[in-house]
Design a protein around this ligand. Sequence first.
Ligand SMILES: [Zn+2]
Length: 293
Amino acid sequence: MRRERVSDDIYVFTSDLYAQVTATAVITAEGIVTIDTLPFPEETRAMVAFLKGLGRGPIRYLINTHWHGDHTNGNFLFGNVQLICHQLCAQTMVDMINLKASRARDKRPSEEEELPVRVPDITFDEGEMCLHLGGKSLQLIPSPGHTPDSIVVYIREDKVLLAADTMMPLPYFVGGSYRDFLNSLKGLLQLNIDTIVQGHGEVLLRGEVKEAIQSNIRYLTIIQQRLAEMIKAGQSLEEALRRLDIESCGKSRISLNGMVQDLHYANLRALYQEMTQSNDRSAVPDRQLHQRV
Ligand SMILES: [Zn+2]
């Protein structure tokens, strides 16, 4: 686990064990707020031990940015700290517990499935939530796209955005929504941001912030345009995958130790499917129109 300080009161912890996942701690005059956990218990335990050792008060709240295990597996290591997330996040966690329980009847659970799941205590659904604690204002802003329940956390006093998976070296919307992702990224451009802590990968500093958001918007726009051209020209998904490598869509193939390539191809598959399905749907009114004539 790597630890860095992005302002006097904000520490970022980055996993060495899986996909450079980040978790963050905000130190306030009335205790500590942690945003997300690390994927493996040993790293989350080390993070919690470090924060307790600071002598800056107890951990008061833990915020989950979305339900994925790489960001929430460590929830159970925070004792009776109050846990906050979007209503959809808590709901999905409960659904996953039920799903796992029904699967467990058929097969031996994997190691991840054996971790105890801790579901959040406090949730919000309509609009934003602002947590005021010890001189800090943490704005919890819904940002669907990576998943429907995704939020970002903006710390007003420090102009630091904890973007979770709404900002990664490559936007990944499989299991979420392409269109929502684009809107959420455009929304980030409205915030006054000095630093972005991405859900995976390096912290982005002042000079890099706008360009990084715009680069992700460009990527999403490019893959949609290219796929639209190819679908119009009657090209198959296989042809599209062959022709649209990650670099031709404006992104590097080396980020997150090369994992971004898999994410890119999964994005293309999902979007191609979505676009061809909606083409089918748009053909329906056409046929109906002809029938009427
Ligand atoms: Zn993630």
